[in-house]
Design a protein around this ligand. Structure first.
Ligand code: C2E
Ligand code: MG
Ligand code: MG
Ligand code: MG
Length: 283
């Protein structure tokens, strides 16, 4: 009996692998055509500064409209990275996000996610410069978000590129902080401007004292290192009150705003009524 069970388990596993592989291949094939078919677009999620209750920054988040559905970046970014397609896609994101930011008030920054694969290109810094020049926006309005995984490999050339970008006036943020292997050591490898605390810490912050202690410690760490802190994934009033009390600089999450279509975001940034509503939400 054990043998039969073992075999059926194995069979099940194998079928599962096949389906997954097929799914990846289909994503890969579609993704190769996505750019020429104009299937990629950006959504924009505003971040709220807690000092002054206004939008300090907007994060560009990629979407792919394919086969009657919107594919999540969690699904296609890994495939784009494996195939190298993230290089042209990432350049497009840089260009489009900077062009969008050019239409916003000047005190609002644009945050763009960069994949470690993009850092393997020799000309990443030149690419970033070109995007800023083409959109005619100042380097100080740009924030680049990277994750801990970037610093795992090629760290010398990567860190040199990060220093070059930072010397231009661009801010560098550590995204999803706390999820990697040895987050703390990465904070010594580069003078980040901002730490974005991963949203997994936010989920049970209202019910667990230990999560609250961790958030508090990260915020203190950021302050000691001269880095601002952003709480990701703030969904409830209660979470907002807690992170505010602990002195977080900025919040991002569904409570304040989900990612928005470009027009809705522009409306939020430009209309006084929307701004007033936003301040009420924040207080
Ligand atoms: P991320 O950079 O950490 O972006 C924040 C993610 O959290 C976004 O997911 C956003 O929609 C989601 N989020 C924001 N507030 C809340 C909240 O209150 N609750 C919950 N449950 N989620 C919230 P999204 O748009 O699905 O993107 C997922 C990830 O894909 C991003 O995580 C980023 O790592 C990657 N990504 C997105 N766009 C790009 C891009 O242009 N280039 C690269 N390389 N990666 C990207
Ligand atoms: Mg991000
Ligand atoms: Mg993040
Ligand atoms: Mg994240």
């Amino acid at each position: 009996k054990a043998k039969a069970e073992g075999r059926s388990t194995y069979h099940f596993f194998e079928t599962g692998m096949d389906a997954e592989l097929q799914q990846r291949r289909s994503i890969e094939a579609g993704l190769r055509l996505a750019m020429s078919r104009n299937e990629l677009r950006l959504m924009f999620q505003p971040l709220l500064g807690l000092d002054n209750n206004r939008v300090t920054c907007v994060e560009a988040l990629l979407r792919w409209d394919h086969d009657d559905r919107t594919v999540s970046p969690a699904e296609f970014i890994p495939v784009a990275e494996e195939t190298g397609l993230i290089v042209p896609i990432g350049e497009w994101v840089l260009q489009q996000a900077c062009l969008a930011a050019a239409t916003w008030p000047e005190d609002v920054r644009i945050a763009i996610n960069l994949s470690p694969v993009q850092f393997r290109q020799k000309n990443l810094v030149a690419q970033v410069k070109a995007a800023l020049v083409a959109a005619r926006i100042d380097a100080t309005r740009l924030e680049l978000e990277i994750t801990e995984s970037l610093l795992l490999t090629d760290s010398e050339t990567t860190i040199a590129a990060l220093h070059e970008l930072r010397a231009m006036g661009i801010r560098i943020s550590m995204d999803d902080f706390g999820t990697g292997y040895s987050s703390l050591s990465y904070l010594r490898s580069f003078p980040f401007d901002k730490i974005k605390v991963d949203r997994s810490f936010m989920a049970d912050i209202a019910t667990r004292a230990d999560s609250q202690a961790i958030i508090k410690a990260i915020i203190g760490l950021g302050q000691a290192l001269g880095m601002t802190t952003t709480a990701e994934g703030v969904e409830t009033e209660e979470q907002m009150a807690i992170v505010r009390e602990h002195g977080v600089s900025e919040v991002q999450g569904f409570l304040f705003s989900p990612p928005l279509q470009p027009a809705a975001l522009a409306n939020l940034l430009h209309s006084d009524a929307a701004k007033k509503q936003l301040r009420q939400k924040a207080s």
